[in-house]
Design a protein around this ligand. Structure first.
Ligand code: AMP
Length: 182
Protein backbone atom coordinates (compact mmCIF):
# COMPACT_ATOMS: atom_id res chain seq x y z
CA UNK A 1 0.00 0.00 0.00
CA UNK A 2 1.07 3.58 -0.65
CA UNK A 3 0.02 6.29 1.75
CA UNK A 4 0.40 10.07 1.71
CA UNK A 5 0.45 12.28 4.78
CA UNK A 6 -1.00 15.68 3.95
CA UNK A 7 -0.88 18.48 6.47
CA UNK A 8 0.56 21.87 7.31
CA UNK A 9 4.07 22.26 8.72
CA UNK A 10 3.84 21.21 12.38
CA UNK A 11 0.82 18.96 11.86
CA UNK A 12 2.86 15.91 12.91
CA UNK A 13 3.58 14.23 9.57
CA UNK A 14 7.17 13.29 10.45
CA UNK A 15 6.37 12.15 13.99
CA UNK A 16 3.41 10.04 12.90
CA UNK A 17 5.34 8.59 9.95
CA UNK A 18 7.96 7.16 12.31
CA UNK A 19 5.22 5.45 14.31
CA UNK A 20 3.41 3.99 11.28
CA UNK A 21 6.15 2.70 8.96
CA UNK A 22 7.25 -0.31 11.02
CA UNK A 23 3.71 -1.39 11.87
CA UNK A 24 2.74 -1.54 8.17
CA UNK A 25 6.15 -2.37 6.65
CA UNK A 26 6.32 0.85 4.64
CA UNK A 27 9.32 2.73 3.29
CA UNK A 28 9.42 6.27 4.72
CA UNK A 29 9.96 8.80 1.93
CA UNK A 30 10.36 12.32 3.35
CA UNK A 31 11.60 14.90 0.86
CA UNK A 32 12.34 17.28 3.77
CA UNK A 33 14.65 14.67 5.36
CA UNK A 34 16.30 14.01 1.97
CA UNK A 35 16.90 17.73 1.44
CA UNK A 36 18.32 18.18 4.97
CA UNK A 37 20.67 15.25 4.29
CA UNK A 38 21.83 16.99 1.08
CA UNK A 39 22.48 20.18 3.08
CA UNK A 40 24.41 18.24 5.73
CA UNK A 41 26.52 16.66 2.98
CA UNK A 42 27.10 20.14 1.46
CA UNK A 43 26.16 18.79 -1.98
CA UNK A 44 25.40 21.10 -4.88
CA UNK A 45 21.72 20.23 -4.59
CA UNK A 46 21.84 20.92 -0.84
CA UNK A 47 23.47 24.31 -1.35
CA UNK A 48 20.83 25.27 -3.92
CA UNK A 49 17.97 24.08 -1.68
CA UNK A 50 19.19 25.66 1.57
CA UNK A 51 18.35 29.29 0.85
CA UNK A 52 14.88 28.32 -0.41
CA UNK A 53 14.21 26.20 2.68
CA UNK A 54 15.55 28.88 5.02
CA UNK A 55 13.05 31.32 3.48
CA UNK A 56 10.19 28.82 3.78
CA UNK A 57 9.69 28.46 0.03
CA UNK A 58 9.33 25.31 -2.04
CA UNK A 59 12.23 23.61 -3.76
CA UNK A 60 11.52 23.08 -7.48
CA UNK A 61 9.14 20.31 -8.53
CA UNK A 62 11.83 18.89 -10.81
CA UNK A 63 14.31 18.39 -7.95
CA UNK A 64 11.92 16.76 -5.49
CA UNK A 65 10.25 14.57 -8.13
CA UNK A 66 13.73 13.38 -9.17
CA UNK A 67 14.60 12.53 -5.55
CA UNK A 68 11.40 10.51 -5.14
CA UNK A 69 11.79 8.76 -8.49
CA UNK A 70 15.24 7.51 -7.46
CA UNK A 71 13.87 5.97 -4.25
CA UNK A 72 10.66 4.30 -5.42
CA UNK A 73 10.79 0.55 -4.97
CA UNK A 74 8.32 -2.30 -5.31
CA UNK A 75 7.57 -1.96 -1.59
CA UNK A 76 4.76 0.23 -0.31
CA UNK A 77 5.73 3.74 0.74
CA UNK A 78 4.60 6.40 3.12
CA UNK A 79 5.05 9.79 1.46
CA UNK A 80 5.74 12.51 4.04
CA UNK A 81 5.94 16.11 2.82
CA UNK A 82 5.58 15.01 -0.79
CA UNK A 83 3.67 15.83 -2.95
CA UNK A 84 3.40 19.52 -2.06
CA UNK A 85 2.04 20.81 -5.40
CA UNK A 86 -0.49 19.54 -7.94
CA UNK A 87 2.36 19.04 -10.43
CA UNK A 88 4.15 16.79 -7.92
CA UNK A 89 0.95 14.83 -7.27
CA UNK A 90 0.39 14.27 -10.98
CA UNK A 91 4.01 13.18 -11.43
CA UNK A 92 3.69 10.77 -8.50
CA UNK A 93 0.52 9.18 -9.92
CA UNK A 94 2.38 8.67 -13.20
CA UNK A 95 5.52 7.19 -11.59
CA UNK A 96 3.44 4.78 -9.51
CA UNK A 97 1.30 3.77 -12.50
CA UNK A 98 4.48 2.83 -14.38
CA UNK A 99 5.15 0.35 -11.57
CA UNK A 100 1.57 -0.93 -11.55
CA UNK A 101 0.97 0.86 -8.24
CA UNK A 102 -1.19 3.71 -6.97
CA UNK A 103 -1.84 5.88 -3.94
CA UNK A 104 -4.28 3.99 -1.74
CA UNK A 105 -4.98 6.57 0.91
CA UNK A 106 -4.22 10.20 1.76
CA UNK A 107 -4.32 10.96 5.48
CA UNK A 108 -5.00 14.66 6.04
CA UNK A 109 -3.65 15.71 9.44
CA UNK A 110 -5.79 18.66 10.44
CA UNK A 111 -4.35 20.87 13.23
CA UNK A 112 -5.50 24.38 14.24
CA UNK A 113 -3.29 27.39 13.47
CA UNK A 114 -2.48 28.30 17.10
CA UNK A 115 -1.40 24.74 17.86
CA UNK A 116 0.73 24.67 14.68
CA UNK A 117 2.51 27.89 15.70
CA UNK A 118 3.17 26.56 19.23
CA UNK A 119 4.64 23.35 17.89
CA UNK A 120 6.79 24.97 15.22
CA UNK A 121 8.18 27.61 17.58
CA UNK A 122 8.99 24.93 20.14
CA UNK A 123 10.76 22.61 17.69
CA UNK A 124 13.91 24.66 17.17
CA UNK A 125 14.73 23.54 13.64
CA UNK A 126 16.79 25.90 11.43
CA UNK A 127 13.71 26.86 9.38
CA UNK A 128 11.48 27.30 12.44
CA UNK A 129 11.91 31.05 13.08
CA UNK A 130 8.83 33.25 13.01
CA UNK A 131 9.23 34.83 9.56
CA UNK A 132 9.98 31.49 7.90
CA UNK A 133 7.10 29.80 9.67
CA UNK A 134 4.63 32.45 8.47
CA UNK A 135 5.84 31.93 4.91
CA UNK A 136 5.70 28.13 5.15
CA UNK A 137 2.12 28.27 6.40
CA UNK A 138 1.15 30.66 3.58
CA UNK A 139 2.87 28.44 0.99
CA UNK A 140 1.02 25.45 2.44
CA UNK A 141 -2.33 27.21 2.03
CA UNK A 142 -1.78 28.29 -1.57
CA UNK A 143 0.30 25.44 -3.01
CA UNK A 144 -0.35 22.31 -0.95
CA UNK A 145 -3.85 22.56 0.56
CA UNK A 146 -5.40 22.19 -2.96
CA UNK A 147 -4.06 18.61 -2.88
CA UNK A 148 -6.77 17.75 -0.37
CA UNK A 149 -9.37 18.33 -3.08
CA UNK A 150 -7.18 16.59 -5.66
CA UNK A 151 -7.18 13.37 -3.61
CA UNK A 152 -10.76 13.88 -2.41
CA UNK A 153 -11.83 13.75 -6.06
CA UNK A 154 -10.18 10.30 -6.15
CA UNK A 155 -12.07 9.28 -2.99
CA UNK A 156 -8.84 8.82 -1.03
CA UNK A 157 -8.89 11.48 1.69
CA UNK A 158 -9.29 10.62 5.36
CA UNK A 159 -9.13 13.60 7.69
CA UNK A 160 -7.67 13.11 11.16
CA UNK A 161 -7.93 15.93 13.68
CA UNK A 162 -4.42 16.01 15.07
CA UNK A 163 -4.67 18.56 17.90
CA UNK A 164 -4.32 15.93 20.63
CA UNK A 165 -1.37 13.90 21.88
CA UNK A 166 0.96 11.92 19.63
CA UNK A 167 -0.61 8.68 20.89
CA UNK A 168 -4.18 9.86 20.27
CA UNK A 169 -3.37 10.83 16.70
CA UNK A 170 -1.51 7.56 16.01
CA UNK A 171 -4.51 5.61 17.26
CA UNK A 172 -6.82 7.48 14.87
CA UNK A 173 -4.48 6.85 11.93
CA UNK A 174 -4.05 3.15 12.61
CA UNK A 175 -7.82 2.77 13.01
CA UNK A 176 -8.27 4.15 9.49
CA UNK A 177 -5.48 2.05 7.96
CA UNK A 178 -6.75 -1.11 9.67
CA UNK A 179 -10.27 -0.46 8.36
CA UNK A 180 -8.94 -0.07 4.82
CA UNK A 181 -7.22 -3.48 5.17
CA UNK A 182 -4.84 -2.72 2.36
P1 AMP B 1 9.51 19.39 5.69
O1 AMP B 1 10.55 18.72 6.53
O2 AMP B 1 8.66 18.42 4.91
O3 AMP B 1 8.70 20.40 6.45
O4 AMP B 1 10.32 20.22 4.57
C1 AMP B 1 11.20 21.27 4.90
C2 AMP B 1 11.41 22.18 3.70
O5 AMP B 1 11.96 21.42 2.61
C3 AMP B 1 10.14 22.78 3.12
O6 AMP B 1 9.78 23.97 3.80
C4 AMP B 1 10.55 23.05 1.68
O7 AMP B 1 11.38 24.19 1.57
C5 AMP B 1 11.42 21.84 1.36
N1 AMP B 1 10.60 20.72 0.83
C6 AMP B 1 10.36 19.51 1.42
N2 AMP B 1 9.58 18.74 0.66
C7 AMP B 1 9.29 19.46 -0.46
C8 AMP B 1 8.50 19.23 -1.63
N3 AMP B 1 7.81 18.08 -1.79
N4 AMP B 1 8.44 20.21 -2.55
C9 AMP B 1 9.13 21.36 -2.42
N5 AMP B 1 9.88 21.67 -1.34
C10 AMP B 1 9.97 20.72 -0.37
Amino acid sequence: MNIIFLGAPGSGKGTQSERIIDKYGLVHLSTGDMLRAEIAAASELGLAAKSIMDAGGLVSDEIVIGMIEKRLTEKGALFDGFPRTIAQAEALDKLLAEKGQKIDCAIHLDVGKDELMNRLLGRGRADDNEATIANRLAVYQTQTAPLIDFYRAQGKVHTVVGNGTIEETSAKITAILDTLKL
